[in-house]
Design a protein around this ligand. Structure first.
Ligand SMILES: Nc1nc2c(ncn2[C@@H]2O[C@H](COP(=O)(O)OP(=O)(O)OP(=O)(O)O)[C@@H](O)[C@H]2O)c(=O)[nH]1
Ligand SMILES: [Mg+2]
Length: 209
């Protein structure tokens, strides 16, 4: 999929400094759309913030936690002033007060719908669960908004390799008819580093860096 040269170039880029830029709670507060962006979306607790930490090689850049609903802002991280990684609030989450949850979930959705410099959205799916109904709604919204997106399986360390392969194959089949879905599903583990070099290369390719 990626040759050694592409993986090495991506590794080098992501070895550069990433800084936290800002967290937005209102759609009007987003930064100017002046750098390519990739965003991480998915159910609450799926591992979005952890994956941003893994690709940037930083442990506590994005705040990750076992408490669902951890990320409530649209958080922007800037890699070497050439690219922004965007950590979105999760969806499909019932435990926080409903109004508050709706507010930050809508914020994530509004970001995805209207961002002109968004080069790719990564829709994260827990490898143990595969696509759920609530994810289908997200896929639908991304297709309608014509946002180029790619599915990433998370927490692959929780499954045996053969089981991961089966979920990859099944997920690929499920998205085969979706117009805006990138026809490659990447299995990752932020905990073990699986798939992280490949994800870096995917981001470089998506942003044409
Ligand atoms: N085993 C394992 N656990 C993971 C992995 N990635 C994340 N986790 C755990 O999953 C939990 C949720 O991770 P987060 O990164 O905070 O998830 P999130 O998608 O950002 O969640 P919200 O901000 O609430 O939407 C944390 O306890 C992480 O340690 C992984 O690759 N493997
Ligand atoms: Mg988070």
């Amino acid at each position: 999929m990626f040759d050694a040269e592409a993986l090495e170039a991506a590794r080098k880029l992501f070895a550069r400094e990433t800084r936290f830029m800002m967290g937005c709670v209102r759609i009007d507060d987003l930064p100017a759309a002046d750098l390519p962006e990739v965003a991480f979306a998915g159910r609450s607790n799926v591992g979005k913030s952890s994956l941003i930490n893994a690709v940037t090689g930083r442990t506590h850049l994005a705040r990750a936690s076992n408490e669902p609903g951890r990320t409530r802002e649209v958080n922007f991280f800037v890699l070497d002033e050439v690219l922004r990684l965007v950590d979105l609030p999760g969806y499909g989450f019932a435990k926080v007060a409903r109004d508050a949850a709706r507010k930050f979930q809508n914020l994530g959705r509004d970001y995805l719908r209207g961002r002109p410099n968004l080069k790719r959205a990564y829709l994260l799916i827990d490898a143990r669960h595969g696509l759920k109904k609530v994810d289908e709604e997200a896929l639908e919204a991304l297709d309608v908004a014509a946002v180029s997106y790619q599915i990433i399986l998370t927490k692959a360390d929780k499954l045996k390799p053969a089981e991961v392969d089966a979920v990859v194959a099944k997920t690929l089949a499920q998205i085969s008819k979706r117009a805006a879905a990138f026809p490659r599903v990447l299995a990752t583990s932020s905990a073990k580093g699986t798939g992280i070099p490949e994800l870096r290369a995917e981001i470089v390719a998506a942003c044409q860096l």
